[in-house]
Design a protein around this ligand. Structure first.
Ligand code: FMN
Length: 186
């Protein structure tokens, strides 16, 4: 088997019953053997403050290190007010700093979103893709996973029940792995 691809997953929601965290748990279950997915909780990352950049908070150091040692990133995020939830934007801002130490530099990334609404977070995904330009990340284009009416597809134990959604998550992981290998030149 080729070297395992290491993937760091995180969700743009802190809540325990988060549908987006549920997508990441499903990804854990569906992850092929050629990848190792680890999930990081953004809980504990303080609001960004440039004054602290020369003495980064411990939780931020931990987050940056986990990103640094991963080959690829998997984000699952809700849409807040048609855009990126503050919790996620804040964590990305920290990890992109200080200048010259953007942890995301050159990483491949796959995104998915779950929403209780009928668009499944389509708009947050395009705002994220815009940020990836400046972060110099390489997003997987297809499949696009917008989990609409999430409450109908994820049960009250936080398990993704919808078979189509599970298939798409598996497909997204496979695309991310293939894309990461391609970027690494092998
Ligand atoms: C502040 C706020 C703004 C929201 N804005 C949107 C929105 O613009 N589009 C949307 O589809 N859902 C929106 N929602 C609903 C979220 O999609 C829903 O709460 C979702 O379950 C949150 O994700 P989570 O389950 O991972 O916590 C919003 C929710 C909150 C709390």
């Amino acid at each position: 088997m080729d070297k395992q691809i290491t993937i760091l997953g995180f969700a743009g929601s802190l809540r325990k019953g988060s549908y987006n965290k549920a997508l990441l748990r499903a990804a854990l279950e569906l992850s092929p053997e050629e990848a190792k997915l680890e999930i990081f909780d953004l809980e504990g990352i303080p609001p960004y403050n440039m004054d602290l950049e020369d003495r980064m908070p411990e939780r931020v150091k931990e987050f940056k290190e986990k990103i640094r040692i991963s080959d690829a990133i998997l984000m699952a995020s809700p849409e807040h007010n048609y855009s990126i939830p503050g919790v996620l934007k804040n964590a990305i801002d920290w990890a992109s700093r200080p200048p010259g130490d953007n942890s995301f530099q050159g990483k491949s990334i796959a995104i998915m979103s779950a929403s209780t609404g009928m668009l499944g977070g389509a708009r947050v995904q395009y705002h994220l893709r815009q940020m990836f330009v400046f972060l110099n990340m390489y997003p997987v284009n297809k499949p696009e996973i917008f989990v609409t009416f999430a409450a109908d597809k994820i049960d009250d134990k936080g398990r993704v029940r919808d078979e189509k959604t599970r298939e798409k998550i598996k497909e997204l992981l496979e695309s991310l792995i293939a894309w990461t290998r391609k970027l690494k030149g092998g």
